[in-house]
Design a binder for this molecule. Structure first.
Ligand SMILES: *Cc1c(COP(=O)(O)O)cnc(C)c1O
Ligand SMILES: [Zn+2]
Length: 416
C-alpha cells in the first residue's frame, strides 16, 4: 500500500472507511471522520531530520499526509513560513520566549493554503472533480486559487460579513462565488449536512472534509524544527472551526508517537469575546459547546461564529487533553495586538492578532507564566481587511512641504 495513511475512522461510531473513498462525514451515522496512520511503520521508515532538508514547502512532510501521486500535487509554495521571535511584546511582558508563526506570508495571504493545497491535491488524486466550501473569506480565496491551479470546479459560498476585498479576491482567483446570507451558524450546519445527504456534494469545510486539517499538522513539525527540536509550552491559536488548532495538536501527538519528543504544548483556543462559545463551554468544563453570541459584533471576521461544527468536541478535547484553555478577546485588545505586531514587522488581520491579544491577557492575569515558551499562530495578512488596519493604526497626521527646511524639522523630531 502506498503511503502511511491506512484509513478513515468515525469519531462517533468507530466505523472505518477506505482512505481513498470520496466521503465527507460518516455515511453511516454522520459523525466526523479522522485519517489514521500506521505510525509504527512510519517510525521505522522515516528519518525525520532528513525531511527538513527536502524542499522548502510543507510538502517536505508529505509522508505524514494520505498518499498523493506527484503529478496531482497542487502547490503554490505553501508552508515553511518564518518563526519570528518577539522583541517588543517580550520586553513589555517580561517574557523572553514569544514567537510568531508568520503565515501571513502564504501564497494567498492566510494559513488556509496549507489545507487547500492538500485537500485539492487529494481530491484530484481520488478522482473528485468538483466541490464547494463556505467561507468567512480566507478559505474561499485559498480554495479558489488552488482549484483554479488544479483545474478543479469550485463553488465558494462566502459569508455576507466578509470584507469586500476578501469577496473580490475569491472572484479574482477564479472560482464561482456566491454571497451566503444567514441568521445563525446553525442554519449553515443544516445546509452542509443536507448537501452531503441529499445532493451528495463533496465539500471542503473543515472537519466535514476529513483531509483538509491533516495539513495543519505541518505547524507542529515546522515549529519543532524551527525551535531546534523543542515543543513550545503554549500554542495560541485563533479558532473558527478549530481545524487549525486540531491539526496542530494532532501533529504534536505524532511527533510524540514517533519518539521525537515527550512534550506536548498546551493548546489555547482564542475567539472574539462577543461569540466565544468555546470559552463558555470550557468555563463549565463541558465537552460540547452550544450556540452563543453574535458573529456580526466583532472585527475578527475569520473567527466569528456563534456555534461550532458538531458541538466543537474535537477542539474541546484538544484543550482538555493538553491542559490548555479557551479565551475570549475584545476588539480593543485585538487592535492593540495589531499595533504591537506591526512594530514587530508583521501585518496581521484582526483574527490573527487575537492570538496575541489572548497571550497578553493570559500573562497579565497570571494564567501564563512569563517563563514559558509561547507560539502565536499569525494566520492571515492585514492586507485583506484594510478598514481594520485604519482602525488600528489611523492615518498619518504629520504634514510636510516639499522643501528641505520642512524635512529637516521633522528629522530633528525623530525618535524610536
Ligand atoms: C480561518 C481562519 C481562522 C480560523 O481557522 P479554523 O481552522 O477555522 O479554526 C483564523 N484566522 C484566520 C485569519 C482565518 O482565515
Ligand atoms: Zn459513524
Amino acid at each position: 500500500m502506498d503511503g502511511y495513511a491506512i484509513g478513515l475512522v468515525c469519531d462517533k461510531c468507530q466505523k472505518d472507511y477506505d482512505i481513498r473513498q470520496a466521503v465527507n462525514t460518516c455515511p453511516s451515522c454522520g459523525g466526523l471522520l479522522e485519517t489514521v496512520y500506521d505510525l509504527p511503520r512510519l517510525k521505522k521508515e522515516i528519518v525525520f531530520s532528513k525531511l527538513q532538508t527536502t524542499g522548502n514547502t510543507m510538502w517536505r512532510y508529505k509522508d505524514f499526509f494520505p498518499y498523493i501521486e506527484e503529478k496531482n500535487i497542487v502547490s503554490l509554495g505553501e508552508g515553511c513560513t518564518p518563526l519570528v521571535k518577539s522583541i517588543y511584546l517580550s520586553r513589555e511582558l517580561g517574557m523572553e520566549n514569544i514567537y510568531f508563526k508568520n503565515d501571513t506570508m502564504m501564497p494567498t495571504g492566510s494559513f488556509k493554503d496549507r489545507g487547500f493545497s492538500l485537500a485539492i491535491s487529494f481530491a484530484k488524486d481520488i478522482g473528485v472533480k468538483k466541490g464547494f466550501t463556505y467561507s468567512s473569506g480566507n478559505a474561499g480565496a485559498s480554495f479558489s486559487a488552488y482549484s483554479s491551479r488544479g483545474g478543479f470546479h469550485a463553488l465558494v459560498l462566502v459569508e455576507y460579513l466578509a470584507s469586500d476585498t476578501k469577496k473580490a479576491m475569491i472572484k479574482l482567483y477564479g472560482a464561482q462565488t456566491a454571497i451566503l446570507d444567514f441568521e445563525n451558524f446553525g442554519q449553515i450546519s443544516v445546509m452542509l449536512e443536507k448537501a452531503v445527504s441529499q445532493l451528495g456534494l463533496y465539500q471542503f469545510v473543515n472537519f466535514i472534509n476529513p483531509i483538509r486539517h491533516e495539513a495543519m499538522k505541518t505547524y507542529a513539525y515546522e515549529i519543532f524544527d524551527q525551535l531546534g527540536g523543542l515543543v513550545p509550552d503554549y500554542m495560541f491559536h485563533p479558532v473558527g472551526t478549530g481545524g487549525g488548532l486540531w491539526g496542530a495538536w494532532k501533529g504534536y501527538n505524532e511527533l510524540k508517537a514517533l519518539g521525537l519528543t515527550d512534550q506536548l504544548p498546551k493548546m489555547v483556543a482564542v475567539q472574539p469575546e462577543t461569540s466565544c462559545h468555546l470559552k463558555k463551554a470550557f468555563q463549565k468544563g463541558a465537552r460540547v459547546a452550544g450556540q452563543y453570541g453574535d458573529p456580526a459584533k466583532t472585527i475578527a471576521q475569520s473567527i466569528a461564529a456563534d456555534s461550532p461544527i458538531q458541538g466543537g468536541t474535537r477542539v474541546l478535547d484538544a484543550i482538555y487533553q493538553s491542559g490548555g484553555m479557551a479565551l475570549g478577546v475584545s476588539d480593543q485588545e485585538i487592535l492593540t495586538a495589531m499595533r504591537i505586531l506591526g512594530k514587530e514587522g508583521i501585518g496581521a488581520e484582526p483574527s490573527s492578532a487575537a492570538a496575541v491579544a489572548a497571550l497578553i491577557q493570559g500573562v497579565k492575569n497570571g494564567t501564563v507564566s512569563p517563563d514559558a515558551t509561547a507560539v502565536c499562530v499569525i494566520t492571515g495578512t492585514a492586507l485583506k481587511q484594510s478598514r481594520a488596519v485604519e482602525m488600528a493604526a489611523g492615518q498619518p497626521q504629520l504634514q510636510v512641504d516639499a522643501d528641505i527646511g520642512s524635512l529637516a524639522k521633522i528629522i530633528d523630531s525623530l525618535h524610536i
